[in-house]
Ligand binder design. Structure first.
Ligand code: FE
Length: 256
C-alpha cells in the first residue's frame, strides 16, 4: 500500500496523507491515516496517532517540512490512535496542541507535562487565518467523542473528518480512495451505527459542513471521499442512526 499520498498541491500549499500503521497491529487494526498541511514555511499536523508510529511519521513529515516549523498539531478527539503520542510531539516540535477543552486536562495521562502548549477549543470551534486562507475547527461533538472536531482547510477544500467516514475492511481502503460509494457503504455501516451517539448529531454536523465548499472528505480511518462520493457520503451520513436510536440493542431484555 502507498504510505504517502499528496492530496493537494498548488503554489506553496500542499496537503499530504500518510497511512502509517503499527505493524504489530496491522492484521487487526483499522487502517489509519495521518495528515499534514504545508503552507510555505508553516504547517499543521492532523491526528498524528500513537507512539508506535511516532518515529516513522516524524521522518515522513521531515521530508516535507522541518518539523520545528509545525505551527499547530490538531487532535480531532482524545483517542490513543489520535493523541497517544502528544507528549512525544510536544518535545519534538514547538507547535501548539489543539484539542477540545473537554480533553485538555486528560492529556497529562499521555505524559504531556507542559499544559501551556495546549489550545483548548471551545465547543463552537473557531477559525484561524492560515496564510492566504483559513482553517476552521468545525464541531463534531458526539461523533463519536463528546468533545470532537473536524478541520476544514479553505485552500484545498479538504475536510479532515476524524472518525466520521471511517470504513472497516472495505476493499476500497486498499487504494485509500472510494471509487464507488454504494459498494463502500456496507463497510461504513456497523462502525457508525455503534460509535456515533445519535442521528441528532449527524444532522447537525452535515448542516454545518454544507456551509463550506467541500471537495474531499478525509477520514482518519479508511478511504477518501471525493467529488460526487463526498456528496453521497453526506447524504448517507445525515440519515445514520447511532447509539440513541439503537439503545434497546445495548441492554439485555428485562426478564422479570
Ligand atoms: Fe476515535
Amino acid at each position: 500500500m502507498n504510505k504517502e499520498t499528496v492530496l493537494f498541491e498548488e503554489g506553496a500549499h500542499k496537503c499530504v496523507m500518510f497511512s502509517l500503521e503499527d505493524e504489530e497491529q496491522e492484521e487487526n487494526s483499522l487502517s489509519v491515516n495521518q495528515f499534514l498541511i504545508v503552507q510555505g514555511d508553516s504547517a499543521v499536523l492532523i491526528d498524528p496517532g500513537s507512539g508506535a508510529i511516532f518515529t516513522e511519521l516524524y521522518d515522513a513529515v521531515a521530508r516535507h517540512i522541518d518539523p520545528r516549523k509545525i505551527k499547530y498539531i490538531f487532535f480531532s478527539h482524545q483517542d490513543p490512535d489520535v493523541a497517544g503520542a502528544i507528549a512525544e510531539w510536544s518535545v519534538a516540535t514547538s507547535a501548539q496542541l489543539v484539542i477540545s477543552g473537554l480533553w485538555s486536562r486528560f492529556m497529562s495521562h499521555y505524559g504531556l507535562t507542559d499544559s501551556s502548549r495546549i489550545i483548548a477549543l471551545p465547543d463552537h470551534g473557531g477559525r484561524v487565518p492560515f496564510k492566504d486562507g483559513f482553517i476552521q475547527f468545525i464541531p463534531a461533538h458526539f461523533l463519536h467523542s463528546p468533545g470532537n472536531f473536524s478541520l476544514y482547510d479553505s485552500r484545498s477544500k479538504i475536510l479532515f473528518s476524524g472518525d466520521i467516514g471511517a470504513a472497516i475492511l472495505s476493499p476500497q481502503n486498499l487504494n485509500k480512495r472510494v471509487d464507488d460509494f454504494e459498494s463502500h457503504r456496507p463497510f461504513l455501516e456497523s462502525f457508525h451505527r455503534r460509535y456515533m451517539a445519535s442521528n441528532v448529531f449527524c444532522r447537525a454536523w452535515v448542516r454545518e459542513v454544507r456551509r463550506y465548499e467541500v471537495d474531499t472528505i478525509a477520514p482518519q480511518h479508511g478511504s477518501l471521499f471525493r467529488g460526487g462520493n463526498a456528496a453521497a457520503f453526506l447524504e448517507w451520513f445525515e440519515n445514520v442512526e447511532g447509539g440513541a436510536e439503537h439503545i434497546d440493542g445495548l441492554y439485555l431484555p428485562n426478564v422479570e
